[in-house]
Design a protein around this ligand. Structure first.
Ligand code: ADP
Ligand code: MG
Length: 476
């Protein structure tokens, strides 16, 4: 998201540092991590890794107790690391996680040195370096963003297939590959996955991945230092160039111009170019027409908003990756309720898992709803009796028509009663109104249904859970 773009060098650094922190947490356990290591900030990543802590006391403690282990861990991630140094930076407070992750960090110093994938301890290839290394201005890649961890469903299958094809092809197939779609739907994930794949399967191919902002920043800097030749030089030997979030150069004329040249040069030399944006080339505003049309020449693959099935698949995969047994009902609930994008969905899952681990209690629908109140409230709306009938019918696998029909068989009568009960609970409709909506039944039938369900909820755990789930699905 644009708001998280603090400085060009920090843009993609945050997830990588997050991943490293994840490993630190895994290795040292929750208690030690929380107490001593969570506030760590990576100030520099090179032969020496410089880590900052907020107080001298913490620094000394970590120094005596944990540096050796930290060193081993960093070396596992980047074999070029020789030493870990700690420093005190008192301005840091642990209550500012957002700042911490976006501080200028994680730049393993030589190119091609780190990699973790689904198996985490797997082979090693590198995150590229930035700033000081003239030869490679790539942004770091997030080790979690691989093809293996990408869940494929209808809404993203084309984009996925295209990304895979480009990653696996030995020759340029479509140029450029243009990936587009709304925020948090997996564009960056797919681009990183392509880069990881190529780096692993064909390390000789030079892949460069940059956010459009970083491209712009580098270019503007080159202009300032009258060094545009060196800037251009950087792209000469690139086999695959990826520019993420190209919409950021809209309105920036000289950057567009430069990008256009770089782009043309590479395409003419039959190098692969991959671009992402939040809109199709056609809809990109304030981008020069010739560039827009050029961007549309190759293959455009869009990522559609997620479907319920895809969201559920993603939740399963993520919960599994975090080795956390989240009850199916909770996953279903999240899948139904958090529909905006995958990033939010992930955030919600992380929040409930972290909470349950911290306080050592199992995850339930209740705690989930409590914890996610703010998120859920944002999507709150009024429920109608029709929606209730539809959801209940779906849930119990009966026909919608049975909500109105005179049939009294238990298999349909009970779901109908549940629906009446929910209608009473979740809407402001009167009993006679509710009766009418259920095939013109009398209000006494509705009273009876409400009492019946209340009574059953006392002793029948399954029914009680069903009702809770339905309620939550429908509510807000
Ligand atoms: P975008 O670049 O389109 O804004 P990202 O690629 O940053 O979105 O995705 C946001 C988050 O959602 C990332 O953590 C990413 O791993 C995750 N994500 C998105 N789509 C999928 C998917 N299909 N499977 C697994 N994770 C996904
Ligand atoms: Mg992105």
């Amino acid at each position: 998201m644009s708001s998280s773009f603090v400085s060009p060098s920090s843009v993609s650094a945050a997830p990588a540092w997050d991943a490293v922190k994840g490993k630190i947490r895994e290795q040292f356990g929750e208690t030690i991590f929380k107490r001593w290591l969570e506030p760590l900030i990576c100030k520099q990543w090179g032969v020496d890794v410089l880590l900052a802590l907020p107080t001298r006391f913490m620094k000394d403690w970590v120094d005596t107790h944990y540096t050796d282990k930290l060193k081993t861990l960093f070396q596992e991630i980047d074999q070029n690391v020789k030493d870990i140094q700690l420093t005190v930076e008192s301005a840091l407070t642990s209550s500012e996680p957002a700042r911490q992750v976006s501080s200028p960090i994680v730049q393993p110093h030589t190119s091609h040195s780190v990699r973790t994938s689904s198996d985490d301890k797997g082979s090693r290839i590198g995150l590229a370096s930035m700033n000081n290394d003239r030869d490679d201005i790539s942004s770091p890649l997030d080790p979690r963003f691989t093809f293996e961890s990408f869940v494929v469903g209808k809404p993203n299958e084309l984009a996925y297939a295209a990304a895979r094809r480009v990653a696996e092809a030995s020759q340029v197939s479509f140029n450029p590959l243009f990936l587009y779609g709304g925020v948090g739907l997996g564009k960056t994930h797919l681009m990183h996955a392509i880069a990881w794949h190529i780096r692993k399967s064909n390390p000789a191919r030079r892949v460069m991945y940059l956010s459009a902002e970083k491209f712009m920043y580098q270019f503007v800097r080159a202009l300032r230092f009258k060094d545009t030749m060196a800037f251009k030089e950087q792209f000469r030997s690139i086999d695959v160039l990826m520019i993420d979030d190209i919409q950021f150069i809209s309105g920036k004329d000289s950057t567009q111009e430069e990008f256009f040249h770089t782009f043309n040069t590479l395409v003419d030399q039959n190098r692969q170019v991959i671009v992402s944006a939040d809109k199709s080339p056609h809809d990109l505003e304030k981008i020069e027409e010739r560039l827009r049309s050029r961007l549309g020449w190759g293959l455009c693959a869009d990522l559609h908003p997620t479907s319920y099935e895809l969201r559920l698949g993603i939740l399963h995969t993520k919960a599994e990756a975090m080795k956390c047994a989240v009850p199916e009902k909770v996953l279903e609930f999240l899948g139904h309720r958090i529909t905006s994008n995958v990033r939010e969905l992930e955030g919600a899952l992380n929040r409930i898992i972290a909470h349950s681990q911290l306080i050592g209690r199992p995850i339930t629908l209740e705690t989930t709803q409590e914890l996610l109140q703010d998120l859920l409230r944002a999507t709150s709306r009024r429920v109608t009796i029709e929606e209730i009938q539809k959801k209940v019918a779906e849930h119990y696998n009966v026909k919608l028509a049975d909500m109105h029909s005179p049939r009294r068989a238990r298999a349909v009568a009970r779901p109908r009663q549940v629906a009446m009960y929910l209608a009473k609970q979740l809407t402001t409709r009167s009993l006679p109104e509710i009766g009418r909506k259920f095939g013109g039944r009398d209000h006494t039938t509705v009273i009876h249904a409400v009492r019946k369900i209340e009574e059953l909820r006392g002793g029948d755990a399954t029914l009680s859970e069903d009702v809770e789930l339905l309620k939550r699905l429908l509510q807000q």
